[in-house]
Ligand binder design. Structure first.
Ligand code: NDP
Ligand code: HSE
Length: 438
């Protein structure tokens, strides 16, 4: 039997993810220690309230409210508190004391990543964060290591489990938004403040992390275009279904070629979009995620699996812990970030995609011609048009137009939608959704 060196592991947080990490670490200590080449000793678990009820049974003597005391003397610190403070302070303190850090905190990395990676570089420690994007799915290590010799052109997919769970149940069962959000919270998918999921901020943080790694550049969170799913109601889901689509919250990171006065740039964006029901992304159910990566030499790659959930995410955290332990005993500097440039991030107006515009218009002669002229004047070409007649609340006939466009530039499209909204014949613009994945 080989006598292993003991590494002290401090865990900060015992919520949905932290409690599962603790349980798996305690249950599988021997096996994980063999793989790591060092005995992994869970030294303690910092929480806000040591008496709070927990779904997972944990040894009471390991719980403490003193994170600082736990960090001092730890070899590996796992941060699973979430949020910016005190997580940021604890991570910096851990790195400065020579510990390696493992975290799933995308909110912190997307906003304070540079500061944290600098602090790690200064002492030669490592910061691992596989769980921060798409939870259990190994996606960051492939981007950082396996694809380091290739050129990533585009990343595209579903990176938020909560919103996928909500949209999927609304689509399949006609379920009510608030009810399914409560279920997603009970399943441990949602952030402590679920508006981060619903408003797209969680997906935007993940998109910033993905784009930074894929394009070897700094992507400030503020540069990520972000729209959430709060405006997606039962009617929008039904309209999408009738037109052969499903609505998914998508994150896209892509390179844009130089065009006219616009130089080369990257686009990083999150919004709900229509996806053809036959597209593989349409069949991503529940809290799962799916991410496509298109690289110059490798071609298209797809990563799929659990995008949220305590036990699933714990798998990615423990993978990082084993790697950090190996590095800790082998010595040498931590695996740093690749060299990062400052590539410009294009405004949303520069992207080109297809759209579906739903309008309520007056049911009278000449309306279609007026709508078609406004679209044509804006440089937006119609690919498909459907009209249905229904009575409005006053009993008058009202026409609903669903217009599918050919590819158009976002700026031209949004200017045209403004002109449609201002026109006498348009009663209201019901929805404007981008069509992706074709
Ligand atoms: P939870 O809200 O369930 O748990 C947070 C834990 O941190 C709780 O145990 C809480 O203590 C503790 N905590 C919070 N603030 C403090 C503080 N100031 N001092 C001491 N302890 C504190 O979060 P999750 O487990 O869901 O998420 C943790 C991290 O993992 C987040 O960064 C999240 O974004 C990320 N993540 C989550 C995934 C998921 O599916 N849930 C997936 C991928 C990443 P107490 O229990 O006493 O309240
Ligand atoms: N709240 C996040 C989600 C957790 O729903 O995707 C995983 O990062």
């Amino acid at each position: 039997m080989i006598e292993h060196r003991t590494l002290r592991v401090a865990l900060l947080g015992a919520g949905s993810v932290g409690s599962q990490v603790a349980r798996l670490l305690l249950d599988n200590t021997d096996e994980l220690s063999e793989r790591a080449g060092a005995r992994l000793e869970l030294a303690g678990i910092a929480v806000r309230d040591v008496n709070a009820p927990r779904d997972v049974e944990l040894p009471q003597e390991l719980l403490t409210t003193d994170a600082h005391e736990l960090i001092v003397g730890a070899d590996i610190v796992i941060e699973l508190m979430g949020g910016i403070e005190p997580a940021r302070t604890h991570i910096i303190e851990a790195l400065q004391s020579g510990a390696d850090v493992v975290t799933g905190n995308k909110a912190l990395l997307a906003s304070h990543g540079a500061e944290i990676f600098d602090a790690a570089d200064q002492v030669g420690a490592s910061v691992s964060y596989e769980a921060s994007v798409a939870a259990a799915i190994p996606i960051l290590r492939p981007l950082k290591d396996s694809l380091a010799g290739d050129h990533v052109r585009r990343i595209f997919g579903i990176v938020n489990g909560t919103t996928n769970y909500i949209l999927d149940r609304m689509d399949r069962e006609g379920a009510d938004f608030d009810e399914v959000l409560a279920d997603a919270q009970a399943l441990g998918y949602a952030e402590a403040d679920p508006t981060a999921d619903v408003e797209g901020h969680d997906a935007a943080q993940k998109a910033a992390i993905l784009a930074s790694l894929a394009f070897h550049t700094n992507v400030p969170l503020e540069a990520v275009h972000c729209e959430g799913i709060a405006s997606i109601d039962a009617a929008a889901i039904e309209n999408a279904k009738n037109a052969g689509y499903v609505i998914k919250l998508l994150a896209t990171c892509e390179q844009l070629p130089g065009e006219g006065a616009d130089g080369e740039a990257i686009s990083v964006r999150v919004y709900p979009a229509l996806v053809d029901r036959e597209h593989p992304l349409a069949s991503v159910r529940g809290g799962n995620n799916a991410v496509y990566v298109e690289a110059a030499a490798a071609g298209p790659l797809m990563f799929y699996g659990a995008g949220a959930g305590g036990r699933e995410t714990a798998s990615a955290i423990l993978g990082d812990v084993v790697s950090a332990a190996r590095r800790h005993i082998a010595g040498g500097v931590g695996i740093g970030e690749s060299a990062r440039g400052d590539r410009p991030v294009a405004p949303i107006g520069r992207i080109t995609t297809r759209y579906q515009i739903t309008l309520d218009v007056a049911d009278k002669q000449g309306v279609l011609a007026t709508v078609a002229n406004i679209l044509s004047d804006g440089g937006v070409s119609i690919a498909r048009l459907e009209q249905t007649i229904a009575e409005d609340e006053t009993g008058a006939n009202r026409a609903r137009l669903v217009i599918g466009t050919h590819r158009a530039r976002e700026q031209a499209l949004s200017d045209t939608v403004e002109n449609l909204a201002a026109s006498d014949v348009v009663v209201r613009v019901v929805t404007v959704l981008r069509v992706e994945g074709e």
